[in-house]
Design a protein around this ligand. Structure first.
Ligand code: TPP
Length: 571
């Protein structure tokens, strides 16, 4: 860490902020002008930061979120006062997913507050429920310490969004000058800044529970990714012979092809994972909030199932499941300590692992039953195409180092349940609940990791939300591949409307969840992207390969079956 005080000089807020952002390693900012205009000019003069001008504040926030999840570095998004709440709306997914996004907005000026000045309301309270730290910057001399606090809060502990509101509807305080030092704390430039060591006694207690259990299962969450703990998680599972289920947010903790992987557990899940977790006699939660989605609203596992939990946030420990052992610590370090400790008791480990041979075989049999049950759909040649087949094609053809970005709704169900990561080098980022998140988030992920292929999977319902960002992708050569599961509807809603219409919907009810038939490949081409329409399942792999080799963003429009409904969770 550089020492404070050696480099103070008179400078503008704009100069200082440009230097601060560059110092923290920020490569892109996502925004709709006009906000911090002078800062943008200084970015051009003093840094190589790319200023990505989007078609809406919500997509700017989603791009920043995708950037943050792909890199672990805070993603930066901005809006002037009138766009502030659009930006706040976009922070909600980052908040739910614990993604370090920093939002800058323009704000009220004391000279004009309460005088019905153009476009103004008090925006600050709206950021409260979707941020870890929500503050105002009224004096230019505060730029350095507030920027540092923003980065510190975003990446520390359980990461999450931060909002800073700068004085002036466009943040004009950045034009003022003060004696400042653009000091950067590199420690807080990415997640995780610290790796807190667990208490050895707590590690021993948790390991003892795992060793004594006959049928343990690990449930790994997004905290495993945040901590980059997947290698330690898999090593522990292999050493102790424990099957691994994941949350949706933790899907890339273990490849789906690993012999101990049983799939995503919970609501948008794979049947095998829910069955294995239901049969377990001990659950080891790692880096998961044990929230509604991951536990199918606390039915899988049932409350009362013996559990141990590892988390970096003490408040998460035992929130939903009473614990036999709680371990506070960084996931990577804690899992490594458990493994080391297990190694010292190699005999006990060997006997426990031998005792669990039947349990591992049972879990693998359950997985095999799932594969056999869904094989006809995963390999289906049906026209219109079955979404399950698309997931299987993606499992087969997504490159080894790809980032896969997935929307919610049906996209989340299809990919969560039917898609398999095949390599520990792949990443899986998913919407925490907002339809329309994935397409802009995939573009942001590509900005953060330009050397990695990015493949986004979204329904047409999700794609419509931010379709204008195809133009942004073309303008900035964000060469992500976006696969649109195009059934001309939001057909996840079909079951719900069937229910309220007593089993059979009226003709007119279709207006509640269907759209006009549109060819997104054509629209994409018109905006300067490459558009490929796929109507036969066998054409999908060649289309994906062409898309991955392209030097432009690609939209693959896949015509799928409006009657295809994802299986509901078993409990
Ligand atoms: C911002 C937001 N609004 C509404 C919803 C509720 N929602 C979930 S799925 C869905 C319809 C889309 O269905 P889906 O089957 O996922 O779309 P498709 O794959 O058919 O395009 C809606 C409106 C949501 N998740 N997020």
């Amino acid at each position: 860490m550089t020492l404070l005080g050696h480099n103070r000089r008179r400078m503008s807020g704009a100069e200082c902020m440009a230097d601060l952002l560059a110092g923290y390693g920020v490569t892109h900012v996502f925004m709709v002008p006009a906000v911090l205009r002078r800062t943008f000019a200084e970015m051009e003069r003093r840094t190589t930061i790319k200023r990505i001008h989007t078609h809406g504040e919500k997509s700017a926030a989603y791009m920043a979120d995708g950037y943050a999840r792909a890199t672990g570095k805070p993603g930066i998004c901005m809006a002037q006062v009138i766009g502030a709440l659009n930006l706040a709306a976009g922070l909600r997914d980052a908040y739910l997913a614990h993604s370090p996004v920093i939002a800058f907005t323009g704000g009220r000026d004391p000279a004009t507050k309460f005088r019905k000045v153009y476009q103004e309301v008090d925006d600050v309270p709206a950021f409260e429920p979707v941020t870890k730290f929500n503050a105002t910057v009224d004096d230019v001399a505060r730029f350095p310490d507030m920027a540092r606090q923003a980065f510190r809060a975003a990446v520390s502990g359980t990461p999450g969004p931060v909002h800073l509101q700068f004085r002036g509807n466009e943040g004009q305080v950045d034009a003022e000058e003060a004696e400042m030092e653009p000091l950067v704390e590199e420690l807080f430039a990415r997640v995780p800044p610290f790796r807190p060591e667990p208490e050895p006694a707590h590690v021993r207690a948790a390991l003892a529970c795992l060793q004594q259990a006959e049928r343990p299962v690990i449930v790994a969450g997004g905290g495993v990714r945040a901590s980059r703990a997947a290698p330690e998680l898999v090593a522990l599972a292999e050493a102790l012979k424990i099957p691994v289920a994941t949350s949706l947010n933790g899907k890339d903790s273990i490849p789906g092809t690993h012999p101990l992987s049983v799939g995503v557990v919970g609501t948008y899940s794979r049947e095998s994972a829910n069955r294995v977790v239901q049969e377990a006699d001990l659950i080891c939660f790692v880096g998961t909030e044990t929230g509604g989605m991951t536990t199918h609203f606390w039915a899988v596992p049932k409350i009362g199932t013996p559990a141990v939990q590892i988390d970096i946030n003490a408040e998460a420990l035992g929130r939903n499941y009473p614990l036999q052992a709680a371990v506070l610590g960084d996931a990577k370090v804690t899992l490594a300590r458990m493994r080391e400790l297990a190694d010292t008791g190699a005999e006990a480990r060997a006997s426990a692992a031998a005792r669990r041979k039947a349990w591992v075989e049972r879990a693998q049999k359950i997985c095999q039953e799932w594969r056999e049950k869904y094989a006809p759909l995963l390999t289906s040649d049906a026209v219109p195409i079955r979404p399950e087949r698309m997931c299987a094609e993606l499992s087969k053809h997504v490159p080894d180092n790809a980032i896969v970005v997935v929307d919610t709704g049906h996209a989340g169900m299809w990919m969560g349940g039917m898609y398999d990561l095949t390599s520990p080098n792949q990443s899986y980022l998913r919407s925490a609940g907002h339809l329309g998140w994935a397409f802009p988030a995939g573009l942001g992920a590509k900005c953060g990791a330009p050397e990695r292929p990015v493949v986004t999977f979204t329904g047409d319902a999700g794609f419509w939300y931010h379709i204008g960002e195809v133009e942004t992708a073309v303008r900035w050569r964000m060469n992500a591949v976006t696969v649109v599961n195009n059934n001309s509807s939001g057909n996840q809603s079909k079951r719900g409307f069937d229910r309220v219409y007593g089993g059979k919907q009226t003709e007119q009810a279709l207006e509640l969840w269907t759209y006009t038939k549109v060819n997104f490949a054509k629209i994409a081409e018109d905006m300067g992207a490459i558009g490929i329409r796929v109507e036969k399942a066998s054409d999908f792999a060649p289309a994906l390969n062409r898309a991955l080799a392209a030097d432009r963003p690609v939209i693959i429009d896949v015509v799928t079956d409006v009657d295809a409904l994802a299986p509901v969770a078993v409990s």
